[in-house]
Design a protein around this ligand. Structure first.
Ligand SMILES: [Zn+2]
Length: 108
């Protein structure tokens, strides 16, 4: 089990939960009066499963929810950048097609 291997510690910021869950004080709870809520350690796929990453322990690491959120954001941003790259490539291909058309017209 990855959580036990990592000693219930976030592998990025080093915060130690001591167990799978811990109680944390959240000042934003109860309309700003503050309160406790449970936080669970999360298991992060170093290579996202959507990119072919496996469930092998070598591809897994224990993260606290706030560190995990950063990774999720990063991966979402990377996916968005990928999409933009593909779109601009398609646009470039479109342009090439159009230039081909112009080229053919000269010889028609
Ligand atoms: Zn952390």
């Amino acid at each position: 089990m990855v959580l036990r291997r990592d000693r219930y510690r976030c592998q990025d910021c080093g915060v130690c939960f001591g167990a799978r869950r811990r109680k944390v004080y959240d000042p934003s709870l109860r309309r700003g009066k503050g309160g406790y809520r449970w936080e669970s350690l999360e298991v992060h796929h170093i290579i996202a499963r959507s990119l072919g990453g496996s469930d092998h322990p070598g591809n897994l690491k224990t993260l606290c929810p706030s560190c995990h959120a950063l990774y999720t954001q990063e991966q979402a941003a990377a996916r968005a950048a990928d999409r933009r790259r593909r779109e601009s490539m398609l646009q470039a291909l479109d342009k090439l097609d159009n230039e081909d058309d112009g080229f053919n017209e000269i010889y028609d």
